[in-house]
Ligand binder design. Structure first.
Ligand SMILES: Nc1ncnc2c1ncn2[C@@H]1O[C@H](COP(=O)(O)OP(=O)(O)OP(=O)(O)O)[C@@H](O)[C@H]1O
Ligand SMILES: [Mg+2]
Length: 421
């Protein structure tokens, strides 16, 4: 079989060698098969043109084709030795006749009239083969002969067969393309939907979180308006809720601003990281004491980075606060700092409740709270780690987490180190 194929393709290459009808049909069939994985329509047309010239023993030719988008014909291919520029097909001309009748239009002898004279000096005969599938007409393939061609019965049958072969290859190619486009469109619609869902989820969560303190404030106002109530106490509680609302709205503003704008607000200065962490740990020690949690900060080595102190404080406050909130009574928190080649690594570990595998990939998402049962009674809204991640990435760093339920959690933050001249 392989040998036979080899012979056939070598026959195909040598124009002058006589091919049997059967070989010609096989050759066209092979091209149809080979064109199945051809993505360029022009190349498909080119291959059939070469085969068409070969099987009809024609001298040169060209192809008019429309596109799936427009019905306008375009000269899509010219054989390299075409001696003149083909005229755009005219309504009522031979190209249109062939396409309307769905049959090849054979011209044995070009007329030497004034209008067609200019091609008759290059060719004697030609055939216009329509390319169509059912009612879909794609265009025509024109094959020309320098010498007079009588078009035997065999050549007439082959002309029809060439037209069918090209149309078959183009139909399959356009169908595949249509499928692919539909697939790409569906994929895009899916991502649009996902994005829309993220957006609506975010707004719904934000609304929910804002509504709670507002309801509490309303309750206190109602109480304060009642006769004989102590307005001062209500005002204190209202003040507390307003503070909470303000903080949350500030966080939301930060998280909803685009990264570019967010980065603009950061002013980079040389920062002594140890000092920042030390200050934050000191502040949180007050809350940690209530749970009998011990915070240990191993301060070696001393590290400087380029950063914004107020944002870095926010970052470490969120991480250390989490270690306390989700830490165990009487537990401990360790903070370590380590210099790598071009970066510095800060590890914050606790021996608290831990985070299970299902929640772990999501904890940096806005409003995400793992293990909701144990957090439901707290005031936490699930923005802390989203903020932490923003701060880290705005400083060109990375943040990661490892955790085991019941054992504890380790957060690792890495920043590029300051290059000293
Ligand atoms: N150190 C930790 N140990 C165990 N679970 C943690 C730890 N840090 C975070 N988590 C889990 O990740 C979730 C998200 O944390 P994040 O700090 O973003 O939100 P939050 O603490 O719930 O609320 P917020 O910080 O906005 O007040 C938490 O609800 C908690 O379940
Ligand atoms: Mg938190």
């Amino acid at each position: 079989m392989a040998v036979e194929r080899k012979i056939r393709s070598s026959l195909y290459r040598h124009h002058n060698i006589f091919l049997h009808m059967e070989d010609k049909v096989t050759l066209l069939n092979e091209i149809i098969l080979e064109c199945l994985n051809e993505t360029d329509e022009n190349l498909i047309v080119k291959r059939f043109m070469e085969a068409g010239l070969n099987v009809l023993s024609a001298d040169f030719g060209f192809v008019w084709l429309n596109s799936p988008m427009s019905r306008e014909l375009e000269l899509i291919y010219k054989s390299p030795n075409l001696p003149y520029e083909p005229r755009f097909p005219r309504k009522g001309g031979r190209n249109y006749t062939a396409m309307q009748n769905f049959t090849p239009n054979f011209v044995i002898e070009t007329k030497k009239t004034a209008d067609t004279f200019y091609v008759s000096k290059f060719l004697e005969s030609f055939v216009v083969i329509p390319l169509f599938f059912k009612k879909a007409v794609y265009g025509t393939m024109v094959l020309c002969f320098k010498e007079k061609e009588l078009f035997s019965k065999e050549k007439r049958i082959l002309s029809v067969f060439i037209g069918n072969s090209v149309a078959q290859a183009i139909t399959i190619h356009r169908l595949i393309e249509k499928e692919q486009n539909a697939f790409l469109l569906a994929a895009k619609q899916e991502t649009d939907l996902k994005y829309e869902k993220l957006r609506t989820d975010f707004i719904a969560n934000a609304m929910h979180e804002i509504r709670t303190p507002l309801a509490i404030i309303r309750g206190h106002v109602d109480l304060a308006l009642m006769k004989g109530s102590n307005g001062m106490n209500a005002l204190k509680d209202i003040n507390h809720e307003v503070g909470h609302l303000t903080n949350m709205l500030m966080d939301l503003t930060l998280l909803t601003s685009t990264e570019g704008r967010f980065k603009d607000r950061i002013s980079f200065r040389k920062v002594h990281l140890n000092k920042v962490i030390d200050g934050v740990a000191d502040r949180i020690a007050v809350i940690a004491n209530k749970k009998n949690i011990d915070i240990k900060f191993i301060k070696n080595p001393s590290v400087y980075i380029m950063g914004d102190v107020s944002y870095l404080e926010k970052l470490f406050a969120n991480l250390i606060k989490n270690a306390v909130t989700y830490g165990r009574e009487g537990g401990s928190i360790k903070i370590g700092i380590d210099k790598k080649n071009n970066s510095v690594e800060i590890k914050i570990s606790d021996n608290g409740v831990g985070i299970n595998k299902v929640d772990l990939p999501h904890i940096f998402e806005r409003f995400y709270r793992a293990n909701k049962s144990h957090t439901s009674e707290t005031k936490n809204i699930g923005l802390g780690l989203a903020i932490a991640k923003w701060v880290v990435s705005a400083h060109g760093g990375t943040i990661s987490v490892e955790s085991k339920v019941g054992k504890g959690t380790i957060f690792t933050v890495s920043f590029p180190t300051l290059k000293l001249d």
